[in-house]
Design a binder for this molecule. Structure first.
Ligand code: PLP
Length: 366
């Protein structure tokens, strides 16, 4: 295979260009490009319905979503978080002047362990910031119980969890706030973008003004704000993609089933992160856990030789970030050395999945 045909862990979904152009025509007619325009408002309304939540604020990326969420709740001191996530989960805490305290993960689900959370609670703890890793729900009931009994807020970095359901409910209904990323590489995207979700009116009020410089009309300010707004052009992309989301998820599901049937898990010593019972998955990622880092590196090398680029989500474990005081998280360190996300996107060809699976089997079969 040549460079042109290189296969990455994901490939952005694009709608028919004609559909996008229809939205562009409307933008040209209105000459209303940004600042909470009609397409932004329409996308927010449709997302609230799809995700079954009271308040949803579109912002310009998933990182500012986390930062504004932390500010809107007024968090200070220590925030207990997962070391197994994308760097933005931790960096947002540090950026907002709080201290990330890592609770180790569960080796079966790869999500933050409720037991480990309890061990990390101190008088300075103000909140728990957990990630639904690979779109698999955290143990939301246990986490709520812990948070309620210690008066802590709960924020979910739900960047991976668009469309995930747990016990029949939208996963966005759990926690005080959930944040989403609509980056081009995500299951549902607006090129760049994100959202802040809450069912709490007071938090919603703060989020609303904070994402728009703090404005209360043109000549007054509610309080401190930043520029977290998103544009009509980004919302238009979301409006094109949202009606296709069930189709997108179903396509991915069948690709996942193909990997399931082709990879010789037992023979290769490969495991998969397990979902909680009661989860309806969104098939956003296809993670596998290799027997050890050496096996992972061999597989990556053999795939790279054919221009196939899986990604090590997540590596390194975030407790190793240079700007954070050393903290231990042995399970996360172990999992992050072994976790690999295989290519998964709409339009990925069956023969590519067959080739990737065969390469893995041939590299590792004992
Ligand atoms: C993508 C991602 C983010 C960051 O979102 P951006 O829109 O790229 O800023 C944060 N957390 C997780 C878990 C992510 O996957």
């Amino acid at each position: 295979m040549d460079k042109q045909n290189s296969i990455h862990v994901t490939k952005s979904y694009l709608p028919e260009i004609t559909e996008y152009i229809e939205y562009l025509k409307g933008i040209w007619e209105r000459v209303y490009l940004t600042n909470n325009g009609p397409l932004v408002i329409e996308l927010e309304e449709r997302l609230k319905t799809y995700l079954n939540v009271k308040h949803l604020f579109l912002v310009n990326n998933g990182t500012i979503a986390i930062q504004i969420a932390l500010k809107a709740i007024g968090l200070k001191g220590e925030i207990i978080t997962t070391p197994f996530s994308y760097v933005a989960t931790t960096s947002s805490i540090v950026w907002e002047g709080c201290k990330p305290v890592f609770a180790d993960i569960d080796s079966i689900t790869c999500n933050i362990s409720p037991k480990a959370i309890i061990d990390k609670i101190t008088p300075d703890t103000s909140a728990i910031l957990a990630t639904h890793v690979y779109g698999n729900p955290c143990e939301v009931s246990e986490i709520k119980h812990i948070a309620d009994s210690h008066k802590l807020k709960v924020i979910y970095d739900a960047a991976h969890a668009f469309g995930t359901k747990y016990e029949g409910k939208s996963i966005m209904e759990f926690g005080d706030v959930s944040t989403l990323s609509f980056h081009a590489t995500k299951l549902f995207h607006t090129i760049e973008g994100g959202a802040i979700i809450t069912n709490n009116d007071d938090i919603a009020h703060h989020v609303n003004y904070m994402r728009s410089f703090g404005h209360n009309g043109p000549e007054d300010f509610w309080g401190l704000g930043i520029n977290g707004k998103n544009s009509e052009f980004h919302a238009a992309m979301g409006l094109c993609i949202l009606p296709k989301i069930e189709e997108i998820i179903n396509d991915r599901k069948s690709l996942c089933r193909l990997y399931d049937s082709l990879i010789k898990f037992e023979d290769c010593g490969i495991e998969r992160p397990q979902k909680l019972e009661g989860t309806t998955a969104n098939y956003g990622y296809y993670p596998i856990l290799m027997p050890d880092e050496n096996s992972l590196l061999k597989v990556v090398k053999n795939l790279n030789a054919y221009n196939i680029f899986p990604r090590r989500y997540f590596y390194p474990s975030l407790n190793h970030l240079r700007y954070i005081d050393a903290q231990s998280a042995p399970v996360s360190e172990n999992i992050s050395r072994r976790a690999l996300c295989l290519p998964l996107y709409n339009g990925l060809e069956k023969k590519s999945i067959e080739f990737i699976s065969k390469t893995i089997n041939d590299t590792l079969r004992r």
